[in-house]
Write a protein that binds this ligand. Structure first.
Ligand SMILES: [Zn+2]
Length: 314
């Protein structure tokens, strides 16, 4: 969640230290962590089974970026890191994916629902938050450090997409719209698509304010399912505390947590994907700082993860 994380609706976790001791992350099938040349690439088995597909979610270890005493795989051009280190990290990540010869296509992400379709590598990065291609040799990448990265593949039409969904993109239905673009531009059948929802800040850690709850519940009939809040079980409407108190009589703010991955999974279902074809990692960026980066926890010193997907000939 670079750039805009401190705006309304977002609160930092109170009392959270800047660096937590690394917690061992459990990676369960169909996900796996492949170690190659000092890097650890998170992969999804149903994607690996397609021989013409390349994909992977980057993690923190390895790389050339100096973060304190550690060397990390920062894949975004952040203020604290050198361009040289990031470019070398990106090359190392691509070659670990087996996509060293691919042209990496990234976006100037701005938390929108703008989706770009590429049939060649653009001269300079376009503004947008999702990319789609049916062309071999391109590697689509989205950067995250808490936001949800989503990779889609249509094995039949051979089309791939990469999506960056923070709360703004999720609210603007970027994931649902990306499936719509694949249908419209390539004739993709949503029921045949596979989806990988990568590591992101989890429903365990992503505290949001009441204004965000209101935004989601006004847009999505099922939004209550994505929020976790302390409940007594007595409330006729679990979110009534938002608007039923007279001014000056509100109870102290309660912790409400948003599960962005669940929200995006529901968008994929709404777009016509089958539940069995959607695979969501349960890794929380904020809980696993030894493996991932979290903007919420690390602030401006956070690195960026890259989720990438592309196709090779044959
Ligand atoms: Zn967490």
């Amino acid at each position: 969640m670079p750039a805009r994380a401190k705006t309304s609706g977002i609160r930092r976790l109170p009392g959270r230290p800047a660096a937590l001791p690394p917690e061992p992350a459990r990676i369960a099938p169909p996900w796996s962590l492949r170690r190659v040349d000092g890097l650890e690439i998170l992969e999804l088995a149903p994607f690996r089974r397609l021989p013409w597909l390349v994909h992977g979610f980057s993690t923190r270890p390895g790389g050339e970026s100096e973060a304190g005493e550690d060397r990390v795989l920062n894949l975004g051009f952040t203020e604290w890191d050198s361009r040289h280190a990031v470019l070398r990290n990106r090359r190392a990540f691509q070659s670990a994916l087996g996509a060293g010869g691919h042209k990496l296509v990234t976006l100037k992400q701005f938390h929108s629902a703008v989706i770009r379709c590429f049939d060649a590598s653009p001269d300079e990065a376009c503004r947008g938050d999702a990319a789609v291609t049916g062309t071999c040799g391109l590697l689509l990448g989205v950067q995250t450090a808490d936001c949800v990265p989503i990779l889609l593949v249509d094995p039949r039409q051979r089309v791939v997409a990469a999506i960056h969904a923070g709360w703004r993109g999720t609210l603007a239905r970027i994931t649902e719209k990306a499936v719509g673009q694949m249908r419209m531009l390539f004739g993709s059948r949503p029921g045949g698509l596979l989806a990988a929802i990568g590591p992101a800040i989890g429903g365990c850690c992503y505290e949001v304010g009441a204004d965000l709850v209101a935004k989601f519940t006004s847009q999505f009939p099922d939004a209550n399912r994505w929020f976790d809040e302390p409940r007594t079980g007595e409330e006729p409407n679990p979110l009534q505390w938002l608007n039923m108190m007279p001014p000056g009589h509100q109870p102290p703010p309660k912790n409400v947590r948003l599960d962005l991955r669940k929200a995006n999974r529901d968008q994929l279902l709404a777009a016509g994907l089958e539940g069995k074809s959607i695979f969501a990692s349960d890794l929380c960026t904020a809980c696993h700082l030894g493996l991932l980066f979290s903007y919420r926890v690390e602030g401006n010193g956070s690195g960026r993860l890259l989720a990438a997907i592309g196709m090779r000939e044959g």
